[in-house]
Design a protein around this ligand. Structure first.
Ligand SMILES: Nc1ncnc2c1ncn2[C@@H]1O[C@H](COP(=O)(O)OP(=O)(O)O)[C@@H](O)[C@H]1O
Ligand SMILES: [Mg+2]
Length: 263
């Protein structure tokens, strides 16, 4: 069964005649890693945010026939209670800037622990053990020490790992990563991608990877959607799209691929 099925998604801001997203279709299967690639402003983030209904609905609207189906249920017509049940526990999101998620005045361990405890009814001791273990799982080598540190005491890569630990703490079926590795230098980026790779595999988690970087798509994704100006101009298996792109725009993205170390 398809985990995520976006059907005819249309997103318009204000009275602008040109929609930010002009009726796109996109599917993510169980355990599948799907990429969305496109230049800045092509509609990747507003598409990603629509899945958790995180767009500011006072300034934008979804098209009448748009659907975002999560396991068959339309999230665009779901009520707040249903959405709360899905956010974080079924579908999680990680962003480019971990500081948009981490509170600078609290130790990171306590913050991840809070997320766990609002979603599950375990004791504090059990929750702490689980946080430590998830820190290990995301490649934090001294999880006990990091547990007691403040965000500013950690490197960018470490903060990114903490945010990923927070996102996967509740065992989501789908992880949406929006430019999650874009701000990291190239070796840290490769290490974080390896970690996501391992996590997706061991947890049989689907990943929707949003990036402007074809190197990330090549390294990580099974399938890719190429977006431009709010439209999907090309989609397919990564190998196929990379070796024989059918759209001129995809070819131009490919021409700019940086080299990523694989391990
Ligand atoms: N807050 C906003 N107000 C008005 N328009 C917006 C807003 N956010 C996004 N848009 C419109 O949606 C388009 C796509 O934005 P976005 O999804 O953030 O692009 P990206 O592909 O870089 O993630 C933008 O080019 C802009 O026209
Ligand atoms: Mg974006």
């Amino acid at each position: 069964m398809t985990i995520l099925d976006i059907v005819g998604l249309r997103i318009s801001f204000g009275e602008s005649s040109r929609p930010a997203v002009a009726g796109i279709n996109l599917k993510v299967g169980p355990g599948e890693r799907v990429g969305i690639i496109g230049e800045s402003g092509s509609g990747k983030s507003v598409t990603a945010m629509s899945v958790l209904r995180l767009n500011n609905e006072r300034i934008m609207r979804y098209g009448e026939n748009s659907k975002v189906l999560y396991r068959g249920d339309d999230l665009l017509s779901a009520n707040e209670k249903t959405l709360r049940g899905i956010r974080g526990s079924e579908i999680s999101m990680v962003f480019q800037d971990p500081m948009s998620v981490l509170n600078p005045v609290f130790k990171v361990g306590a913050q991840v622990l809070d997320v766990l405890r609002t979603h599950g009814a375990q004791s504090k001791t059990e929750a702490k053990a689980q946080v430590i273990s998830s820190f290990g799982e995301v490649g934090i080598h001294d999880p006990e020490r990091v547990f007691g540190q403040y965000p500013h005491e950690l490197s960018g890569g470490m903060r990114q790992r903490v945010m990923i630990a927070m996102a996967i703490a509740t065992g989501p079926n789908l992880l949406i990563a929006d430019e999650a590795t874009s701000a990291l230098d190239v070796t840290v980026q490769a290490a974080v991608l390896n970690t996501l790779d391992r996590l997706a595999e061991s947890r049989e988690m689907s990943v929707l990877m949003i990036t402007h970087d074809m190197g990330v798509v090549a390294r990580f994704c099974d399938r890719v959607y190429v977006m431009r100006g709010g439209e999907v101009v090309e989609s397919g298996d990564v190998e196929k799209v990379l070796t024989s792109p059918s759209h001129e725009y995809t070819r131009s993205l490919l021409a700019a691929v940086p080299r990523l170390p694989r391990d």
